[in-house]
Write a protein that binds this ligand. Structure first.
Ligand code: ADP
Ligand code: F6P
Length: 325
């Protein structure tokens, strides 16, 4: 059993996500409730290397649960893949008395946490990304807010598409993963959803489908295109040329990463933040918190990183079946 933890550090890394603030708040307040000290590390691993480390008290996380972004700021720090740089990171943690570290981010950030754990710093990862692309969990901090933001935006585009009898290609985020696109496909009743995991790049099929839908009197045609496929502007031009239906591209972009977190993101991020502190207090390290089958769980980071995630077939099937073309 490891020595009792005394000081917990917390950082956010990779892309920000709504709900990260709720997780930071929970880490700080749960740790203080257990009599521990807390230090906030600014700008992810980059800030750790620069020793941008601040003491955190309960009031420092007041009035943030409802705010998007991350009060600790976030950064990408490519040099952290270097083992010598990782050793510096571990030394800096020790210098500041940080014996437990909560890393809020995605798979890349967990790899940094794994390296620090190997160097003797107890680490716990919390899944923070709008992309939902972390295999060990059915929930990631920020996805719920982002997908609701995208859904509302797509509803708005749909109104104007219907009025003008247009086709709209709407690009949503997700990096190489199609979860935001799939959920919007279902939630917005899109005529077509293109996921990087499933797309066969046969644009003629889309063109034929649009022409058939127009013949049946369909007033709009919404294509939700995942960022992993991209090229929405060019796709829209080709579709317009091939179908004769006026077509516009809308790339939703970073608006999906901002905004006040939904209730679900606030509650789940808070629970995960508190759970991370509990795990550290139990002497656990190199673990990532997840949510599966209705329960909060934790897995070894090495095992979590080795897990594979696939687009759920049933949801993909119904997404296609439920839209009336
Ligand atoms: P995410 O955490 O959202 O997946 P990135 O993949 O950009 O985002 O990773 C965030 C940061 O995690 C990187 O900028 C880097 O500092 C750190 N990181 C990524 N991969 C590794 C690795 N193999 N070893 C150590 N640190 C890593
Ligand atoms: O991982 C979150 C995410 O928003 C992805 O959906 C997107 O591909 C990427 O980050 C964008 O990164 P950046 O903010 O560096 O442009």
């Amino acid at each position: 059993m490891a020595d009792k933890i005394q000081t917990i550090g917390v950082l956010t890394s990779g892309g920000d996500a709504p709900g990260m603030n709720a997780a930071i708040r929970a880490v700080v307040r749960q740790a203080l409730a257990k009599g521990l000290k807390v230090k906030g590390i600014k700008r992810g691993y980059a800030g750790l290397l620069q020793e941008e480390i601040i003491d955190m008290e309960a009031k420092d996380v007041s009035d943030i649960i409802q705010r998007g972004g991350t009060i600790l700021q976030t950064a990408r720090c490519p040099e952290f893949v270097n083992p010598e740089v990782q050793k510096q990171g571990a030394e800096i943690c020790r210098k500041h008395g940080i014996d437990g570290l909560v890393v809020i981010g995605g798979d890349g950030s967990f790899q940094g946490a794994q390296k620090l754990a190997n160097l003797g710093i107890n680490t716990i990862g919390l899944p923070g990304t709008i992309d939902l692309d972390i295999a060990c969990t059915e929930y990631t901090i920020g996805f719920d807010t982002a997908v609701n933001t995208a859904m509302e935006a797509i509803d708005k585009v749909r109104d104007t598409s219907t009025s003008h009898e247009r086709c709209s290609v709407i690009e949503v985020m997700g990096r190489g993963a199609g979860y935001i696109a799939l959920w919007c496909g279902i939630a917005n009743g899109a005529e077509m959803v293109l996921l990087p995991e499933k797309y066969d790049y046969d644009e003629q099929k889309i063109v034929d489908d649009i022409i058939a839908a127009r013949k049946r009197g369909k007033q709009h045609y919404i294509i939700v295109n995942a960022e992993g496929i991209g090229h929405s502007t060019e796709m829209a031009k080709r579709i317009e040329a091939a179908t004769g239906m006026e077509t516009r591209a809308t790339i939703l972009g970073h608006m999906q990463r901002g905004g006040s977190p939904t209730c679900k993101d606030r509650v789940y991020a808070s629970t995960m933040g508190a759970h991370a502190v509990d795990l550290l207090c139990e002497g656990k390290s190199n673990r990532v918190v997840g949510y599966r089958h209705g329960e909060f769980v934790d897995d070894d980071i090495n095992e979590a990183l080795a897990m594979q995630k696939q687009i759920p077939e049933y949801e993909y099937e119904i997404c296609k079946n439920l839209s009336l073309k």
